[in-house]
Each structure stands twice: as structure tokens, then as C-alpha cells.
Design a protein around this ligand. Structure first.
Ligand code: HEM
Length: 538
């Protein structure tokens, strides 16, 4: 008996056991084994769950292209905090902002890690991709750098580039140089590259590499992200792996190429204000290796392209269906700005425009499932056990479409922020409604660091559209009637940030005079000839 104990516990041999010693050892063994057996159930009761098959979970009930709608449907059945096992991963889904705050913000210490991305090698610890870094030193340094460069750019008023780029974009819409959604892609990319590298030159290449990145990291983008065991297969069997190594090759070429050009420009004194210039000027102070800085700068450009295309597309689509709100915004612009185009510092005077932007983000959240935080320790919340290694998602779609928080939540209604009798109304109107601190930017230590950038870019670009155009859904060539847009269908994509396929929204100049004024604004912005894009892979 005694030797059996010793073997089990891997203890050094003890020649003689007295009763008290035996009792102590038995107690330790019991405590240890019961912790092993009941691990996961010691901190409270189990969360409600839709159940399903042992490893795969309730796969038959999942709406793969719009999984956030499934999460919302489950929240109505299983409550605002539930868990679901899907393909071996335990997901804890939060559908209420108060719970998200309690868990993701107040307990940030244990829930600020990220799950490893199955396809993207070293996603957590290679120091390359800030939004996917684990809770480690790379994260501390890169986040600090990200916050620094974003604050610096914000204080420098985006180097005066927002309005000229928005003017260029509106002018391109006027000349119909490309389809409207391609132009949305362009304006987001040009601004991101200007902020990162001081020039729009690498826009096309960075943008292409950003879209590839999104596909390969999204759970629904590649099968290996769902059936993660497939990553162990060689690339000649699993083509996702081959695809990923090609993606990384291209990304390296584009990211290193853009960075090296910025460095050369810095050395010959021609680099414009940008994240890169900030780094070269303050290299010692940032404490970053060149590898971290290069990836920090390029990743920031990548994230801001992807995250800003989505809300801009949504605003355009929803406004196209609401001419009454276009009229309200145009009235505000005309009254306040007397015929000039809006810039970042006009924001306090434009509450109606801000209300439409905020409402479009609420009505069609651009990050509808949220971004997963990995739980590093077992946790107890409100009597429930949340188990270590689970991925916690604050489902923004459920929160934004909650009738408890937003009266008549399915309806697009910007007046909820402008009507003093509405529960969502806040003063002063010079500040509210505002995009910053919205649940769409996430929670706790991993919350978005580009919130000011997002708010200013949305304001200036949407104002430029309303300055010159009335927008409407495409005309059906068969019936000659305007089509009714089905947002749910348009958003059907398995990607984390659902970017729409191009759609031909009609941009009609408000009048000849508006078109002419836009032409003049474009000419005087002096943007047309200088700094063309190098439309090739660097
Ligand atoms: C409306 C536009 C945007 C939306 C909806 C958005 C949303 C988000 C969300 C949901 C997260 C994850 C938060 C979490 O894990 O809880 C995030 C993280 C992040 N965002 Fe944004 N974002 C936007 C714009 C931007 C812009 C313009 C930039 C860059 C200038 C940016 C940079 C980042 C970075 C670097 C992270 C990673 C932070 C970390 O993991 O620690 N975002 N964003």
C-alpha cells in the first residue's frame, strides 16, 4: 500500500509510515486527484449551453456566413452569458455590455490573451501582428507604441491629409473613375498608408495584402481555422498551408518594401510626418527592435484599412435607403459650413452627421462577433464557472440589436441620439453622439487603439459624400425601379470583419453647382498630380 502511494506521488521512498503521516499523504492525494477530476467545475455551476455533439457542438444550428446571428438567437434562448463548444473550442459568448465590462474589463488581467491562429504561424509571439499577440512582452511594447503613434497623429490633426483625401475620393465618385466600393477601398487605403509611411504610394499592395490577411485569419476564411488539427498535415495535402506561406511571402515583400522606402526617404530628409517618421525620430525612446517597429507600423496600416472600409460601406448602404437622413445631414452641413467641405475640427458642429454614423455602426456592427479574448485561468462569475482556455467573445451584434438597450433596435433611427426624450440621448451635442467608447471597439486591455482615427475619418469622408451627392440603391435594369437592399445578404461572409462585395450604389450630384464646387475644391486641394500610387506589388 505504502509503496503504491510513493509510486503514484513520485515521492522519495519513506521507510516507515505512522498514522498521521498516512493521513496527511492521503489528504494531499485526495485533494490533488479531486482537483484533477473536478477541474473545471470547482468555481461554480456550469454555464447554460446549446449542447450538441461532443467535439463538434451544435454545428447543424450554425449560420456559417453570419455566425453572429446564431449567437444572438442562442442568447435569446440561453441567456446573456452562455458557452458553446464548436469544433473542439470552448466559446463563452457575452451578449450584454454590463457583463462584458465585468468580465473583460474588470478581470482584464486573466482575460487579455488571444487564441493562437491555426494557420498563422507564431501569431501570438512572433511580434508581428499586434491584434493577435498573446498576453506577453511583445504586446506590452507594441501596444504602447501603437497608442503613442495614434495619439501623436491625432494631435497632429492627421497631418492635414483627411480633407484632401476625402475631396479626392468625392471627386473620383463624380468622375466615376471606378466603382463606388472600389473607391471606398482606395480612400481607406490611401489614408492608412499616408499615416503609416507618409505616402499613399504602397496603397494597392498594402490593401491586397490586408484582404489576404483577413481571409487567412478568419475562422470561416479557411477550413484549417475551424478544423485546426489539419494544420499538422503537410502543405501538399493541406493547400491552406501553401496559401498561407504564399501570403506571408507577399506580405514580407510589401511590408519590408514599404518600410525600406520610408527609411530611405528619412535618410535623405524627404519622409513626411507618419508613424514611420515618428519611429525614426524617437527610435531609442520607443524601446522597440526594428522588427517590432516595422511590423507595428505595417500592421497599423493593415488594421486601419480593413476596419474602416466596413463601417464606411455600411453607412453608405443604410443612408442610400434613408433619403430623409441624407436631407437632414445636408441641411446641417449647409447651415453650419456655408458651402465649404467639413474637416476634423468641424465635428462639434455636426451632431446630425455624427448621429447617422453612430447609428449605422450600431445597426450593422462592423465587428459583429467581437474579437476573442482567451481566458488564462479558471474564473468564477456570478456563480458560474468559466473555464481556462475558453475563448470569450463579446458579441457586438447581440448587444447593438438589444431592445433592452435600444428601443426598437431593428430600426435605423439616428434620432435616438438627438431627441432629448430618448434614453440614448446625451449632452452636450458638441460631443455626443460620438463613436469613441462604443462597444464595437471591444473591451478591457485589448480595446481598439484607433478610435479617434476612426471617428475623424468617418466624419470627414461621410461629410464629403453628403456635401456633393444624393445616394440611392442601384436601379434594377429589368424593372427600372430602385432595388431594395438586403443588408443581411450583403453582409454574408465568414470573415471577422464582414466587408461587402462591390455594389453599384448611385451617387448623383446634388446639383450642377455642387458638382462644380467639388471640382474647384479638388483643384485647390493640390492633390491630383503629386504622390500618385505605385500600383504594383512592391
Ligand atoms: C470603426 C473602425 C474600427 C473598429 C470597429 C475597430 C474595432 C476593433 C476591435 C473590436 C478590436 C478588438 C478589441 C478587443 O479585443 O476587445 C480592435 C483592436 C484593435 N484596433 Fe481597432 N477598430 C477600428 C478602427 C481601427 C483603426 C483605424 C486602427 C488603427 C489606426 C485600429 C487599430 C486597432 C489595433 C492595433 C487593435 C489591437 C489591439 C490589441 O489587440 O491590443 N482600429 N479594433
Amino acid at each position: 500500500m505504502s509503496s503504491q502511494f510513493v509510486g503514484l506521488m513520485d515521492l522519495p521512498a519513506v521507510p516507515v509510515f505512522h498514522g498521521i503521516q498516512l493521513f496527511s499523504i492521503a489528504f494531499v492525494v485526495l485533494a490533488f486527484t479531486s482537483r484533477l477530476f473536478f477541474r473545471g467545475r470547482t468555481l461554480g455551476k456550469a454555464l447554460p449551453t446549446p449542447g450538441g455533439l461532443p467535439w463538434a457542438g451544435p454545428v447543424w444550428a450554425v449560420e456559417a456566413s453570419n455566425i453572429y446571428t446564431t449567437f444572438k438567437a442562442w442568447s435569446e434562448k440561453f441567456g446573456k452569458l452562455y458557452e458553446v463548444k464548436l469544433f473542439g473550442q470552448n466559446l463563452i459568448i457575452i451578449s450584454d455590455p454590463a457583463i462584458a465590462k465585468e468580465i473583460l474589463a474588470k478581470k482584464a488581467k486573466t482575460v487579455s490573451d488571444r487564441p493562437a491562429l491555426a494557420l498563422v504561424k507564431g501569431s501570438k509571439d512572433s511580434g508581428k501582428y499586434l491584434p493577435f499577440l498573446g498576453n506577453n512582452d511583445h504586446l506590452t511594447r507594441q501596444r504602447r507604441f501603437g497608442v503613442l503613434i495614434n495619439n501623436y497623429t491625432h494631435q497632429a490633426n492627421y497631418h492635414g491629409r483627411m480633407l484632401p483625401e476625402a475631396t479626392r475620393f468625392a471627386h473620383q465618385l463624380l468622375t466615376k473613375s471606378d466603382s463606388p466600393f472600389m473607391l471606398v477601398d482606395q480612400v481607406c487605403g490611401r489614408l492608412s498608408c499616408r499615416m503609416a509611411f507618409g505616402t499613399p504610394a504602397p496603397r494597392a499592395a498594402i490593401s491586397r495584402s490586408a484582404h489576404n490577411f483577413m481571409q487567412n485569419l478568419s475562422p470561416g476564411g479557411q477550413i484549417t481555422n475551424v478544423l485546426t488539427f489539419l494544420r499538422h498535415l503537410p502543405s501538399w495535402i493541406n493547400s491552406d498551408k501553401h496559401n498561407e506561406s504564399m501570403r506571408v511571402d507577399i506580405e514580407d515583400r510589401v511590408w519590408y518594401g514599404s518600410y525600406d522606402k520610408a527609411k530611405a526617404a528619412y535618410e535623405n530628409g524627404t519622409l513626411r510626418a507618419s508613424y514611420a517618421k515618428y519611429y525614426f525620430d524617437q527610435r531609442e525612446k520607443t524601446g522597440l527592435s526594428e522588427h517590432e517597429a516595422l511590423h507595428g507600423i505595417a500592421m497599423m496600416a493593415t488594421v486601419s484599412i480593413l476596419t474602416l472600409i466596413a463601417p464606411l460601406q455600411r453607412w453608405i448602404v443604410v443612408m442610400a435607403q434613408h433619403p430623409e437622413w441624407q436631407e437632414a445631414v445636408q441641411k446641417e452641413l449647409d447651415e453650419v459650413l456655408h458651402g465649404r467641405m467639413a474637416d476634423y475640427d468641424d465635428s462639434p458642429k455636426l451632431p446630425t452627421l455624427r448621429a447617422t454614423i453612430l447609428e449605422s455602426v450600431r445597426w450593422a456592427s462592423p465587428v459583429p462577433t467581437g474579437i476573442p479574448h482567451r481566458l488564462e485561468e479558471d474564473m468564477e462569475y456570478n456563480g458560474y464557472h468559466l473555464s481556462k482556455n475558453s475563448n470569450v467573445l463579446a458579441c457586438d451584434w447581440s448587444m447593438c440589436r438589444s431592445n433592452e438597450y435600444y428601443k426598437d433596435a431593428e430600426t435605423f433611427n439616428p434620432s435616438r441620439y438627438l431627441d432629448p426624450d430618448s434614453p440614448a440621448y446625451k449632452e452636450p451635442l458638441t460631443e455626443f453622439p460620438k463613436l469613441q467608447n462604443h462597444s464595437v471597439f471591444g473591451w478591457g486591455r485589448r480595446t481598439c487603439i484607433g478610435q479617434d482615427y476612426a471617428a475623424i475619418q468617418m466624419l470627414v469622408v461621410c461629410a464629403a459624400i453628403m456635401y456633393a451627392f444624393n445616394i440611392s440603391p442601384p436601379t434594377d435594369p429589368k424593372t427600372g425601379q430602385k432595388t431594395k437592399l438586403n443588408l443581411q445578404e450583403l453582409l454574408s461572409t465568414p470573415n471577422v470583419i464582414p466587408i461587402m462585395e462591390p455594389i453599384d450604389i448611385d451617387f448623383t450630384p446634388r446639383s450642377d453647382a455642387h458638382a462644380q464646387r467639388l471640382q474647384e475644391a479638388y483643384r485647390s486641394s493640390q492633390i491630383q498630380d503629386a504622390e500618385q500610387e505605385e500600383d504594383e506589388c512592391l
